[in-house]
Design a protein around this ligand. Structure first.
Ligand code: ARG
Length: 459
């Protein structure tokens, strides 16, 4: 018999029961549901709404249920409507009188809103840790490659020389912003809706701040309709997760390019690549491809959540039960991707020679060649034109700027002398970019130090 049996003359149709039920996916919030109920019960007792005996039986019952669920001696009943109903009826089976008192001054509407906030709060913490580990691996790898020259690209065309450290550190900036976004989201998550009731609070003299404090929450929601029907925090979190996936996906795309024969900048460890069932020469970057592929579902969950919410009148509507699968899948996907991706980066081998070779072939020092002329008195636009002609000459005659003889340079402009070769050496091009945020070894080391400090502060 279901808990609302009084109003109904018939049992719910079996198909409707299955259709309505959310326990198959919300069972994962059992711990948060129990934690929330514990705080609620303590508050009820303190306010004189339930007595000491009821509180101690509720506490004992909930503790046992939690332990039994964790050690596998109690199984979820998948015929229950949801995790909240399951735990309450399990408690009532054990303590029929006290168990029935737990739901005083509470509704499943504020209960589920609380549980999802507590669940999100826990997940934010875990995902933050994973992002920190990824940044640490990036920083460690970058420190070894502040002299590893590679082409920097725009439009995927070789543009100007940078170092592998500089390129990698760009991703640490993205993941650091992801951490900051999670921290910010946490502020809006960690607020208690408990006591909002079904929609209009309750007539019992509850103390909402007390239960919030017991749950280590920073505040309470200040409108009961909003308290039960706000899912902004879930959408915000999903959006933060989508950004993480977008960053991982861009990084994956580069890994995929870099381990192709066309680039060969890196080689994946055998443990993080797969072979082909037919082509013996293949070593495929499946992990990076899957991360890139999985970003799609997380991005789409944001849109599902927004679309699910956008037409709902206040306050709670059952549509909102649909928030969980979207949010949970977004969380699971990110948590699945981050550790494998981190290990893939940690174990990859870097082919410095290939990077250098690519950097030496693409005329990526052309800007520096033009700057050389500017430093000798030419206007930038004139210098730009001369170097354009030089590059065209090199391409036609199988030279690069480094190998072009001085007398030919002089044919284009008399200003050129033997110092041009040092001015356009890739090392000079990189290390003369002594601007904050730039690729010079000194500057990358500075940004690494700043990142290390920021990570140290949040750890
Ligand atoms: N399983 C429901 C959900 O996830 C819990 C709240 C149900 N409330 C209600 N009035 N039917 O949204």
């Amino acid at each position: 018999m279901v808990l609302w049996a009084g109003r109904f003359k018939k049992e719910v149709d079996e198909n409707v029961n299955a259709f309505n039920s959310s326990i198959s996916f919300d069972a994962r919030m059992y711990k948060q549901d129990i934690t929330g109920s514990m705080a609620h019960a303590k508050m009820l007792e303190k306010q004189g709404i339930i007595n000491k005996q009821a509180l101690s039986e509720i506490q004992k019952g909930l503790t046992d249920i939690l332990n039994e669920l964790e050690n596998g001696t109690l199984e979820f009943d998948y015929n229950a409507e949801d995790i909240h109903m399951f735990i309450e009826s399990e408690l009532t089976k054990r303590y029929p009188i006290s168990g029935k008192k737990l739901h005083t001054a509470r509704s499943r509407n504020d209960q589920v809103a609380l549980d999802l906030r507590l669940y999100t709060r826990d997940e934010i913490k875990e995902i933050k840790e994973m992002l920190i580990s990824l940044i640490e691996v990036i920083v460690k790898t970058a420190l070894k490659h502040t002299n590893t020259i590679m082409p920097g690209y725009t439009h995927l065309q070789r543009a100007q020389p940078i170092t592998f450290a500089h390129h990698l550190m760009a991703y640490s900036e993205m993941f650091y912003r992801d951490i900051c976004r999670l921290d910010d989201c946490y502020k809006r998550v960690n607020i208690s809706p408990l006591g909002s009731g079904a929609l209009a609070t309750t007539t019992y003299p509850i103390d909402r701040m007390m239960s919030a404090k017991l749950l280590n929450m920073d505040d309470i929601t200040h409108n009961s309709l909003d308290g039960v029907s706000d899912r902004d925090y879930a959408i915000e979190f999903a959006n933060d997760l989508a950004l993480i996936m977008m960053h991982l996906s861009r990084f994956s795309e580069e890994m995929i390019l870099w381990c192709s024969w066309e680039f060969k900048y890196i080689e994946l460890d055998d443990a993080y690549a797969t072979g082909s069932s037919i082509m013996p020469q293949k070593k495929n970057p499946d992990i990076a491809e899957l991360v890139r592929g999985k970003s799609a579902r997380v991005i789409n969950h944001v849109s599902s959540l927004l679309t699910m919410m956008k037409g709902l009148p206040l306050a709670y509507n059952k549509d909102m039960q649909e928030d969980k699968e979207a949010l949970f899948d977004a969380i699971d996907t990110v948590k699945l991707c981050l550790p494998v991706f981190t290990d893939m980066i940690k174990t990859m081998r870097i082919n410095k020679d290939k990077m250098k070779e690519a950097a030496a072939k693409g005329f990526i020092n052309a800007t520096d060649c033009a700057d050389y002329l500017v430093k000798h008195g030419l206007a930038f636009r004139d210098a730009y034109k001369i170097v354009g002609q030089l590059v065209a000459y090199c391409i036609d005659n199988d030279f690069v700027l480094e190998t072009l003889p001085l007398h030919i340079y002089k044919d284009f402009n008399e200003i050129f002398d033997e110092t041009i070769y040092d001015a356009i050496s890739l090392e000079t091009c990189v290390n003369n970019r002594l601007v904050d945020g730039g690729p010079a070894k000194e500057m990358v080391e500075k940004s690494i130090a700043i990142m290390k400090q920021k990570i140290g502060e949040i750890k």
